[in-house]
Each structure stands twice: as structure tokens, then as C-alpha cells.
Design a protein around this ligand. Structure first.
Ligand SMILES: *Cc1c(COP(=O)(O)O)cnc(C)c1O
Length: 431
């Protein structure tokens, strides 16, 4: 089987040949690779080629691909039936796990994706405050629900339509846009919309405009501004949850949020999301309260089995976090050294095990500076790395995810490929 044959067939029956725009190679050119299987730090395409993988399914595979314990839990659960539409023990265990690990969360509701988690968290914030408007940050991605597809990151940003067709004026008007790391821009919006803002939503580390770190104190200032104005702070931890540290960004940055959303990692690769908050807020959710939110497949037994297995391993083996951060630091240092020797201007941003190489000489601290990146150079880099057996996300404005299955040798191979790729780029470009 050939990648290009599959792609031709896919193009006929799926928009762009993919089920999520970020998988297409639109931003980098060429044709996407079709994956057959994955194991540990490696993925294999249908032509049998092996790649060291830094997409890791966009985050969930923090323990590496096809982890034997997770696979075993899924097989066992599948043997008992795929879905019941009724409560199960595993849902209780999953909720107990999350509430015991994440600070400030007394109750959770499981959903099927990060998009659903955020959409529901926003409805909940509106229900709790009786207000309508939401402040979000330019370049942050919070899934594709209507109210969040305004100045969004990830594929929306890469493919140059951060404002989507089909999102009506009314939705867009309720999303107020602030600048990442700029507390004054948040203050101004509160000032201009007194008593109308239900919540501020943020990726505590922005990982959908590349990786952008919150400056020191920014998240704490944000919480204070929210409190002062009677608005809730929503941490969208779909990427940072159980990745920055076991307890996520709240612990990592020592800042409490009012509502937290999860996705990706908590399903161990199965489609899962969740939102949680303190009891007083969660008691508004149906059937306990008047905020309606439901899901036929929510808390699906197979997904819960995968999630429980993954979160349990993370909880029991917290040395994993130190390991993946060390590997990420190796990448960061390596990229910086190579680029310096070759005199190619780059900015490497890293927080914990999230890494991003921006092709710019600016320090990337927000959307504007992220956009100074030379995406044509990134496209060349991406293609050369892929040819050398390294799978990066096919767009500049995404993160590299390091997993516990990556080895030092993987990192060394990756840096050797980067040296080769950047040397070729250097030959063809003026800097
Ligand atoms: C991926 C992502 C989402 C959306 O999750 P889906 O499972 O793709 O719907 C929301 N927020 C953040 C921060 C994400 O990275």
C-alpha cells in the first residue's frame, strides 16, 4: 500500500483527505503520510517507513504509543461490551482519580473531546455568573465550538482562518480578544464590558500558536483580575493537564483556576474530555442543577479503561515528568547549539516536555511575535526532518511532545537529523 494512493482515494471522499485539518500537509506542502501502527516513540507508515514521533497524537501518548498496560486494559474492557448508556464502576474510578490529583476540583463531568469540554465549561461559567461574554487570548485554541473559533490557534491559525466561516456575529461578539501575556489588554476588556464578562479562558501554556510560556506572574495576575471583576478563570488544560506535572498547570504555576478542562491525555488515546470545578459550581450541572449538558457515549467504558490505566501509571511513576523534561531540555539545547553554529536565527520555547522551534530572531511571547516566524523555512525543515525519519507536526504553530518512551538515543538521532536539515537549509538561504 502506498501513501499517495491512499491520499488520492481520501481526497475524493473527505474534505482535504483528512478528518482534522491539522493532519493535512497544507501548511508545509506535499502529501500526508498514512500511519499503519505505532509502538513506543516510533510510528510506522503504510509503506513500512519508521519515524521517531513528536506528534504523539497531539499530546495524549505521554507514555509512548501502544503502551502494554493501556492496551491490555482496553482489550479487557472491550470483552465486557462497548457501551451501556448506564453508569459503570470505571466512571467512578476515573472521577475519583481526577478529583484526587487535580487541586480545587471536587466533581468532574466526562465528555468525548476537548472541544466538548470547553464548550460545556463556558456554558457552566455563564450559568454560574449569569453573564454572557468570554475573554479569550489571540492565538489560543480551545476546540472548534462556535464561541471559541474567534482568533483561534492551531489549524485555524496555520490555515489562515482564525475566524471561521459559519460563526455568526452574535457568537463572535461574545468573544472578547486579549493579548497573551498582556494583563493590561485584559483589564481594558473588563473596563469596557463592566458586569458582562462570565469568564476568562486561557491555555496556561499556549501550545497552539507554537509553544508560548506565560511570563512570570501573568497567570496569578489574571486570577486576581477575574476575582476583582466577579468572573471565573477557566484553565484549558487539554494539553497541559497531566503533562506539565501530574496535577497540571495549577500546580506547576501555583495558580488556582475556577474551572478546568481536560482532554487528550486523560483518554490515553481514546476520545475523551472532561471539565471540573469546585462543588458549588459543578452543582449547577444537570441533573443536579439547571445547566444542561449530556452525552450518549460520555464516560464510555473503553475510554475510561484507557484513561484510568494511563493516569494510574502517571500517578505511580511521577519520575516520568523529570525524565521527559530532561529529554526536552536536551532537544532545546541541541536545537539552539546547532542553529547558533549555523547562524540561523531561531527561538526555541520550552515548558516542561513541550518544545517549539520558531524560525524567527524575535523572542516569541505572544501571537504577534509568533507570527514573525518564517513559515517557509519551517516547511523546509519539516520536510527534511520527515525524510530523515523524524515526525514533527506539519505546521509551525504546534508543539513537539516528548513522551516517556523517547530515549536519549532518539533525541540524539533527532538532533543529528536537525543538524543535517538545517545545514541544507543554510546552503539555500541568506540570513
Ligand atoms: C486540542 C485542544 C482542544 C480541543 O480538543 P479536541 O479533542 O480536539 O476537541 C481544546 N483546547 C486545547 C488547548 C487543545 O489543545
Amino acid at each position: 500500500m502506498m501513501n499517495s494512493n491512499l491520499y488520492k482515494r481520501a481526497l475524493k471522499v473527505m474534505p482535504g483527505g483528512v478528518n482534522s485539518p491539522v493532519r493535512s500537509f497544507k501548511a508545509v506542502g506535499g502529501e500526508p503520510v498514512f500511519i499503519k501502527r505505532a509502538e513506543g516513540s516510533k510510528i510506522y507508515d503504510v509503506e513500512g517507513r519508521e519515524y521517531i514521533d513528536y506528534v504523539c497524537s497531539w499530546g495524549p501518548m505521554i507514555l509512548g504509543h501502544n503502551h502494554p498496560e493501556i492496551a491490555k486494559s482496553v482489550m479487557e474492557a472491550a470483552g465486557n461490551g462497548l457501551s451501556f448508556g448506564a453508569p459503570t464502576e470505571n466512571e467512578v474510578i476515573m472521577a475519583e482519580l481526577i478529583t484526587s490529583i487535580v487541586p480545587g476540583i471536587d466533581m468532574v463531568r466526562m465528555v468525548n473531546s476537548g472541544t466538548e469540554a470547553v464548550m460545556s465549561a463556558i456554558r457552566l461559567a455563564r450559568a454560574f455568573t449569569g453573564r454572557g461574554k468570554i475573554i479569550k487570548f489571540e492565538g489560543c485554541y480551545h476546540g472548534h465550538s462556535d464561541s471559541m473559533l474567534v482568533k483561534a490557534g492551531s489549524g485555524a491559525l496555520t490555515l489562515s482562518h482564525p475566524d471561521s466561516l459559519g460563526v455568526t456575529e452574535e457568537f463572535a461578539r461574545n468573544a472578547l480578544i486579549a493579548d497573551y501575556n498582556d494583563i493590561e489588554s485584559v483589564n481594558r476588556l473588563f473596563e469596557q464590558n463592566k458586569g458582562e464578562v462570565a469568564a476568562v479562558i486561557i491555555e496556561p501554556v499556549a501550545a497552539n500558536m507554537g509553544v508560548v510560556c506565560p511570563r512570570k506572574g501573568f497567570l496569578a495576575e489574571l486570577k486576581a483580575v477575574c476575582d476583582k471583576n466577579g468572573a471565573l478563570l477557566i484553565f484549558d488544560e487539554v494539553i497541559t493537564g497531566f503533562r506539565l506535572s501530574l496535577s497540571g498547570a495549577q500546580e506547576y504555576f501555583n495558580v488556582k483556576a475556577d474551572i478546568v478542562t481536560f482532554g487528550k491525555i486523560i483518554g490515553g488515546g481514546m476520545p475523551v474530555g472532561a471539565y471540573g470545578a469546585r462543588r458549588e459550581i459543578m452543582e449547577l450541572v444537570a441533573p443536579l442543577g439547571g445547566m444542561y449538558q449530556a452525552g450518549t457515549l460520555s464516560g464510555n467504558p473503553i475510554a475510561m479503561a484507557a484513561g484510568i490505566a494511563q493516569l494510574t501509571i502517571l500517578k505511580e511513576q511521577q519520575e516520568i515528568y523529570e525524565k521527559i523534561e530532561k529529554l526536552a531540555i536536551m532537544l532545546e539545547k541541541g536545537f539552539n547549539e546547532i542553529a547558533e553554529q549555523l547562524e540561523i536565527p531561531i527561538c526555541v520555547n520550552r515548558v516542561a516536555s513541550l518544545v517549539c522551534v520558531f524560525f524567527t530572531k524575535e523572542a516569541v511571547v505572544d501571537f504577534k511575535t509568533a507570527k514573525t516566524s518564517n513559515t517557509k523555512l519551517f516547511a523546509k525543515f519539516f520536510k527534511l526532518m520527515l525524510e530523515n525519519g523524524i515526525n514533527l507536526a506539519p505546521a509551525q504553530f504546534e508543539a513537539m511532545f516528548v513522551s516517556a518512551a523517547h530515549s536519549k538515543e532518539d533525541i540524539e538521532k533527532t538532533l543529528a537529523a536537525a543538524r543535517k536539515s538545517l545545514s541544507l537549509i543554510k546552503e539555500g538561504e541568506d540570513f
